[in-house]
Structure formats: structure tokens, C-alpha cells
Write a protein that binds this ligand. Sequence first.
Ligand code: S3P
Length: 167
Amino acid sequence: MKIVLTGFMTAGKTTVAKIIAAKKNYKFYDSDQLIEAKEKMTIKEIFKLKGEKYFRKIEKEIIMNLLKTKKNLVLATGGGSIINKELRNLILEQSESFCLDLSPEAVLKREKKSKIQRPLLAGNNKLNKVKKLLAKRKKYYQQIPIHFDSETNSAIEIADLILAELP
Ligand code: S3P
């Protein structure tokens, strides 16, 4: 079974995916970590040196390859992977997919504390940036069949809720 976690930046996809993978004894993958390993650069450096378009190309290739070649896995996707139609359809067709939701205000709070540098949230006017991106992506996240609120549930709770939904 392939379990794919989607949702906006800082929703906790990686943490939840790791818990599910440990409980199911499946392999854990994080698309951003795979991209960084392949490119030998941080996400921030890839955006800066090669641009977002290049990042999206690698992101698509890596996720598609995983979904096409692996049998059992838990994958935490980058929050923007959902915008690619082909990738979105593959996720919907090939996996048990879940979306973790949170408010723009929560994104801001978590981003401040996070060690991960997210190029799309760099600079000023962060709340505006988050709101705009979320508004743009809402229709894509909505296509994911099952959603959990990542503000009112802990990562362990979400992992258990997802495990309870699996066929
Ligand atoms: C992005 C989300 C990030 C990372 C990149 C772009 C996005 O991953 O892929 O900074 O476009 O939403 P997380 O969702 O793990 O933060």
C-alpha cells in the first residue's frame, strides 16, 4: 500500500509520515529530502540557483518514480507538489492520500520555529504570502479525499486517524 501525505508547508506531513511508516513497517520517504540528496543542495539553494521551475521538475520526477516503482511506502510530499495535474492524478489513483490542514496564522507560527528554510515564505509580508498561496492551492488540496486538522490534532493522533482509515 502507498500512503501519501499532502498539505501546506508546516502541516506536519514528515512527522506524521514517519510515525505511520514505523507503525506499519513501511519505508518512509520525504520528497524534499530526496530532492536535496539528488541535487546535493538544500531546497533553498535549488530555488536560488536553479529556480522553482527546475525544482518542480525534479519534484515531479522523484514522486512519480516512487509511486510507480515502490510497493509499500509512506510519502511526505512537498506542499506544492499538488499543483501539478499529472502528479496529483497519480497520487489520487495510486495511493491512499490524505491532506493535513492548518490556518495561515498557524503556518506563520510554525515557520518561525522551523529549522527548514522555505524559499516561498522568505522575506516580508509572510501572512499575505501564505494566504495567497493557500487560496491558489485550495482547489487542489480539496481533491484529496480525506483531511485532518493539524492544529487540533497532534502528529500521533493524525497518524492513528490515518491508520484507522486504511483499507
Ligand atoms: C513548498 C513546500 C516545501 C518545499 C518547497 C516548496 C511549497 O515543502 O517543497 O519549499 O511550494 O509548498 P514542505 O511542504 O515540506 O514545507
